[in-house]
Design a protein around this ligand. Structure first.
Ligand SMILES: *[C@@H]1O[C@H](CO)[C@@H](O)[C@H](O)[C@H]1NC(C)=O
Ligand SMILES: *[C@@H]1O[C@H](CO)[C@@H](O)[C@H](O)[C@H]1NC(C)=O
Length: 203
C-alpha cells in the first residue's frame, strides 16, 4: 500500500504548480493587453476625430486714423466661421481670445463669449476689435501709411481658445487651441468684397 516515493515527495509537486500559476498570470496579462488594444481601436474607429475647421468669412476696417505721433486708431469687424466636422465629438469653448496683428505687432485684442459647439455644427463668431491709440513702431508706421494709400491692408488674425471635448457624458481636460489666419486682406473701399481666408488650426 505504500505510495510511490515520487508522489509523496512535496518538493517535486510544488515545481509544476508554481509554473502553472506563472503561466496563468502571463495569459491574464496578455489577454488584458489585447483587450485594451481592441478597446482603443474601437474608440478610435467610433470617434474618428477630425480637425476643426476655421475660416475668416468677412472682415472690415472702419475709422482708420493714423496720427502724427505714431498712434493708430481703428475698428475691425470679423466674421469667423467655426466648423466642427466630428459626428460624435462636441466642444466646449471656455475662453476665446482674438487678436489682430500687423507685422507681428498686436493692434487689438478682444474676447469672445464662451460657447458650446455640438457635432457637425457651424458657428459664426462676430468679433469687433478696436485699436485705440496704439503706439506703433516707426517701421510699422511707414508701412501702414503706404498701405493706407494703396487702399487695402494686410493683417493677421490670431485666436487662442481653451477647449474641452465632450463625447457622450465623458469630458476631456482643457486643451489649448491655436488658430492662425494669414494674410487677411482688408479693403478700405467698402464696395470691394472680401475674399474668404482659411485658417491654420493647431492643438
Ligand atoms: C484722426 O485723429 C485726430 C487726432 O485725434 C483727429 O484730429 C482727426 O480728426 C481724426 N481724423 C479722422 C478722419 O477721424
Ligand atoms: C450651431 O450651434 C449654434 C449654437 O447652439 C446654433 O445657434 C446654430 O443654429 C447651430 N448651427 C447648425 C448649422 O446646426
Amino acid at each position: 500500500m505504500a505510495r510511490p516515493p515520487s508522489q509523496s515527495n512535496p518538493t517535486q509537486e510544488a515545481k509544476p504548480k508554481r509554473s502553472n500559476l506563472l503561466r496563468y498570470i502571463a495569459m491574464i496579462i496578455l489577454a488584458l493587453i489585447i483587450l485594451v488594444g481592441i478597446a482603443v481601436i474601437i474608440i478610435w474607429l467610433v470617434l474618428r476625430p477630425k480637425r476643426l475647421e476655421y475660416s475668416v468669412e468677412n472682415a472690415a476696417i472702419h475709422n482708420f486714423n493714423l496720427t502724427d505721433a505714431n498712434h493708430l486708431y481703428a475698428n475691425f469687424d470679423f466674421t469667423i466661421r467655426a466648423y466642427n466636422p466630428n459626428s460624435r465629438v462636441s466642444i466646449y469653448y471656455d475662453t476665446v481670445e482674438v487678436s489682430v496683428l500687423y507685422e507681428d505687432q498686436t493692434l487689438a485684442t478682444n474676447a469672445v463669449h464662451p460657447f458650446f459647439q455640438s457635432h457637425k455644427n457651424v458657428t459664426r463668431l462676430h468679433v469687433g476689435l478696436t485699436a485705440q491709440t496704439v503706439t506703433v513702431y516707426e517701421s510699422v508706421l511707414k508701412d501702414l501709411r503706404l498701405e493706407r494709400s494703396s487702399r487695402d491692408i494686410e493683417l493677421d488674425l490670431w485666436m487662442r481658445a481653451t477647449i474641452r471635448f465632450k463625447v457622450g457624458v465623458w469630458k476631456s481636460k482643457h486643451r489649448i487651441l491655436k488658430i492662425f489666419c494669414s494674410p487677411v486682406l482688408l479693403h478700405f473701399n467698402k464696395h470691394i468684397s472680401f475674399q474668404r481666408i482659411p485658417c491654420d488650426v493647431e492643438f
